[in-house]
Design a protein around this ligand. Structure first.
Ligand SMILES: [Zn+2]
Length: 242
């Protein structure tokens, strides 16, 4: 009886093995499932667009914004842009910081000359939790990246997220001071809140800093806070446009 029961169990395991793996694959919870999913999603993406769309992209990029976002898997461009292709120059690292990928940010500002540098933090950020606590046991590379998130210890996550975004905006304004003064760049800080920690709606993107201004009332009219091209810069632009 025992042997029979064992045989039934083994048979059941063999039978359920491949089916279970396939189910996982379809659900995208395995490597095979992941490969299947990206192929299917890409197929739907490229067959759903006209060739002109890709032809335009192939001619070059002139993005409107350099975006520094956290690498967190819960943060993606589709949350705040319906057409990111060619418009958003994406730079990502843990904790949405300038220092960790400074060259990429400089490329967006100095070479692509995006008029916007958008820094996006997000609620429930693991990098912020780590940076505001003891991370001395992390690897040297992780410690190095966390070191450049200068926030106080013991902050709540949302306090740390805000502090970090404001710090990054300040750092960017200092670094790209010439571009700001010439009216060629605006530095914007925002928080993407999928946890509804701000009680404004789960998934809402809230702008918390425009060129150093953090007053919520003033942020309601961001246009008034944008940099204006200086006459010299405007003259150069006009001359270059000819
Ligand atoms: Zn994060």
């Amino acid at each position: 009886m025992q042997r029979f029961f064992l045989s039934v169990c083994i048979a059941a395991l063999i039978a359920s093995g491949p089916a279970s793996a396939r189910e996982q694959a379809v659900a995208g919870n395995s490597v095979i499932g992941f490969i299947d999913a990206i192929k299917a999603d890409n197929l739907a993406y490229y067959t759903g667009r006209k060739a002109d769309f890709f032809f335009t992209l192939s001619k070059g990029q002139k993005p409107l914004a350099t975006v520094v976002a956290c690498s967190d898997s819960r943060v993606h461009t589709n949350m705040f842009s319906a057409d990111p292709e060619g418009r958003l120059f994406m730079v990502r690292n843990m904790g949405n910081q300038l220092a960790a990928t400074e060259g990429s940010v400089e490329y967006g500002i100095y070479h692509l000359r995006t008029p916007v540098l958008l820094i996006i933090g997000h609620t429930r950020c693991g990098a912020i939790s780590a940076a505001s606590s003891d991370y001395s046991k992390e690897s040297p590379a992780i410690r190095r990246e966390l070191d450049s998130i200068s926030i106080g210890k013991g902050l709540s996550n949302i306090e740390g997220v805000y502090a970090n975004v404001h710090n990054q905006v300040v750092a960017a304004m200092l670094k790209f001071d010439d571009e700001l003064k010439a009216g060629k760049l605006n530095v914007i800080g925002a928080v993407l809140d999928f946890a509804d920690d701000l009680h404004l709606g789960a998934g809402k993107l809230t702008i918390i800093n425009v060129n150093g201004e953090t007053d919520a009332r003033k942020l309601e009219d961001p246009e008034a806070l944008l940099t204006k091209p200086t006459s010299t810069a405007a003259g150069k632009t006009k001359k270059n446009a000819r």
